[in-house]
Design a protein around this ligand. Sequence first.
Ligand code: CA
Ligand code: CA
Length: 153
Amino acid sequence: MNVFSGVALLLLVSSMLLYAEGSRCVQGFHSHGRSCYWFSDMTGTFAEARSVCQFFGARLVIINSRTEDDFIRGYARGKASAYFIGGSDLAREGRFVWEGGRPFAGGYQNWGSGQPDNYKGGEDCLVIWDAVGYRWNDATCSHKHNFICEISK
Ligand SMILES: [Ca+2]
Ligand SMILES: [Ca+2]
């Protein structure tokens, strides 16, 4: 993280202190349904992304529905090529769970064509990816990507 990212972080944290109850989101966050979303302009590993979201009192986004997914993809399109979201199969290969542990199985899913492929045996962290229309792809956790934080209103 360079000094400009650091300053941006400080400004964001300052604005978090001005967070108002109700439907509005703090500056830089985008409102949809009952959540506010921050699409990072910085990149980090999955672990770094998770830490930054937690620092804001948020978490990496969990996508529960088609409407939420459409909102996320609509906003991301044309911006960064990939964003980490809050899913992984780090605990057990091939068993994807959301942050907090809820399994994908039985819930809303929107994998990109051919995904997840655990490419070269080393892809455990979820991104939305422009190459598959910002649908879901398992990616390498240690690579740096933009990311999306979600906080409940
Ligand atoms: Ca995997
Ligand atoms: Ca993949």
